[in-house]
Design a protein around this ligand. Structure first.
Ligand code: SAM
Ligand code: SF4
Length: 328
């Protein structure tokens, strides 16, 4: 059994959210007064591991652990240790805000994590605290260093750029990435959940605008570098760093989609920009230990994977779940 959807796309990549909680409240991701899931509704670590094993048996060869903030989930290193032992996986990775990386980098590296994504939208300490509502920039910078020291080979920065907040940080972030030999991807903000502090449309910066801005200072050329993700990469002459652009609005990448997500409450979400989902937690809790049953439900779910995302309907955002609930 392998996973192929109704449009002939092979699904080989799982993004698994281990919590909807976070120690930050980034303004584009969460409202200030979020209500989080009751613990009993969140997958246990054992259930999460079971899901990873089932997907691996179905040909998934890359798993990204995400959240909320994955490193605030208690016992998370056990999950990395166990999932890291699945032989057929080519890659186990995570997306983190970096706040706890100093503490966990060593254990992550020991579990076989070789590449990680760290979200970093600004190098200005005040702006950082403003954007994250709680965060301290220094923690993240130290976390990135700890990851490199622990032997994690590739650190990629992810930056969401909002026109009236951190557009001025694009060039400093590129400079930082080049100086530290990191890759960096710029992400167009997506209208997931209702945020109150800014209008999504007025803050929008397209990838092409950012490329033009970077191009004024650096010699950018398109690269054929591929990670199987939605980033389209550019390189800068004389540097090994890749500059990526994730453009859910302006450059649709759905035709090559190879991924599905499992939310913290065990919903198999077939597309970030649609609500089609199948409840895997209900299957696991109803039929504990019945791996074949779980696999069959996952295989069947592929038939409802939509062809492409629809963020807006008649100009109004149509996805009401926040990014932290989805698993970024
Ligand atoms: N807490 C971790 C982090 O921040 O890296 C992992 C989860 S977070 C939801 C994953 C990624 O989603 C982050 O890079 C974040 O910047 C991005 N993100 C969150 N809300 C977004 C939105 N509305 N549009 C685009 N990207 C968003
Ligand atoms: Fe937390 Fe990541 Fe969302 Fe920021 S983007 S609030 S760090 S989950």
């Amino acid at each position: 059994m392998k996973l192929t959807d109704a449009f002939g796309r092979d699904i080989t990549y799982l993004r698994l959210s281990v919590t909807d909680r976070c120690d930050y409240r980034c303004v584009y991701c969460m409202a200030e007064d979020m209500v989080f899931l009751p613990r009993a509704q969140v997958l246990t670590l054992e259930e999460s591991i079971e899901i990873c094993e089932a997907f691996a048996e179905l040909g998934v060869n890359k798993i990204r652990i995400t959240g909320g903030e994955p490193l605030v989930r208690r016992g998370i290193t056990t999950l990395f240790e166990q999932v890291g032992q699945i032989d057929s996986l080519n890659e186990l990775t995570l997306t983190t805000n970096g706040s706890q990386l100093s503490k966990y980098a060593q254990e992550l590296a020991q579990s076989g994590v070789k590449r990680i994504n760290v979200s970093l939208d600004t190098l200005d300490p005040e702006q950082f605290t403003d954007l994250t509502r709680f965060g301290k920039l220094q923690d993240v910078l130290e976390g990135i260093e700890a990851a490199r020291d622990a032997g994690i080979e590739r650190v990629k920065l992810n930056a969401v750029i909002l026109r009236n907040r951190n557009l001025d940080q694009v060039l400093p972030l590129v400079e930082y990435a080049l100086a530290h030999e990191l890759d960096i991807s710029f992400i167009e903000e997506m209208p997931l959940g209702q945020v109150t502090e800014h209008g999504r449309q007025s803050e929008f910066c397209s990838s092409s605008e950012l490329r033009e801005l970077i191009g004024q200072q650096y010699n950018l050329s398109p690269s054929d570098h591929e990670t199987g993700g939605p980033s389209r990469y550019w390189s800068i002459a004389g540097s090994g760093s890749k500059i990526g652009f994730i453009s859910p609005h302006s450059e649709n990448f759905c035709s090559s989609c190879n991924r599905v997500r499992v939310t913290a409450e065990g919903k198999l979400l077939l597309c970030l920009g649609n609500e089609n989902a199948v409840d895997l937690k209900a299957v696991i809790r109803r039929y504990p230990g019945e791996r074949e049953k779980l696999k069959q439900v996952i295989v069947d779910a592929m038939t409802v994977k939509p062809e492409k995302h629809h963020f807006y309907e008649d100009d109004a955002p149509q996805i009401i779940r926040f990014m932290n609930a989805t698993g970024g």
